[in-house]
Design a protein around this ligand. Sequence first.
Ligand SMILES: [Zn+2]
Length: 270
Amino acid sequence: MRARRLRALLAAVLAAAVLAGAAGCAQSVDPIERLGKKAAQRVRRSYGPHEGAYRRWGLAAPLAPPPRPARPLPRHVEPEDEGLPEVLDRVPTHDRVVFLTYDEGAERDPRFAEMVRDLRLPVSVFLTDSRDGPGYARIGRLRAAGATIQNHTLDHAGLRGRPYAEQRAQICAGRDRLRSRLVRRPLLLRPPYGRYDRTTLRAAADCGIKALILWRPAHAYGRSTALHPGDILRPHEPGRPQTSLTTETIRVLRRLQSRGFTVARLEDYL
Ligand SMILES: [Zn+2]
């Protein structure tokens, strides 16, 4: 009964949207948005994520839903690394999944949040407070769209070689800002430029970080080289403003789809 009522409601809203369009109404009408949050959630559940959205973003087929993550594969930890965060550019798994991660800049591209929402992309975005801080409202939208927000230090200082106190300040302060603005406890750290040392691991552990997240080098998901289950990818190289985050992500999505992979949420596998 409820599903029928919802369908009728959606049809009515769609009809209203068509009428508004025909009347030359300039305001864009997203029928799902107009239903209100709760109703929209129910509609999405019964209709799937934005039917046909994949076509709008240039994909030939919808992304396969990720499997329920199996129990993490056992990992070997050296006794001297006990209690330190893991450093990962690939998560050990047999599932045909990869993970999409982004550094700063994701919240500055409004189309990116739209794409994350439309495709229900389980992405992880690493934020640098001093660069991204002014955009916390946009970060909130990105999070509402489905992104997970993680730590990329206070102001993107290269950590390797710095004294413990400096490294700790960069990591802990980055965490505290995220916590105060987004009410959340980031457990993952991407060290700026992917550079770190043993002091970074100690400092990160003291700031509650569970893992340092690096990424597979770009050639690993280029045209010729195979992807591997559990690869952590970074579709967009920061500092390449000539390419768009969204375009590069779609390119990666097409590649991984053609190889029978899908995208899973990194945090679900750690
Ligand atoms: Zn960065």
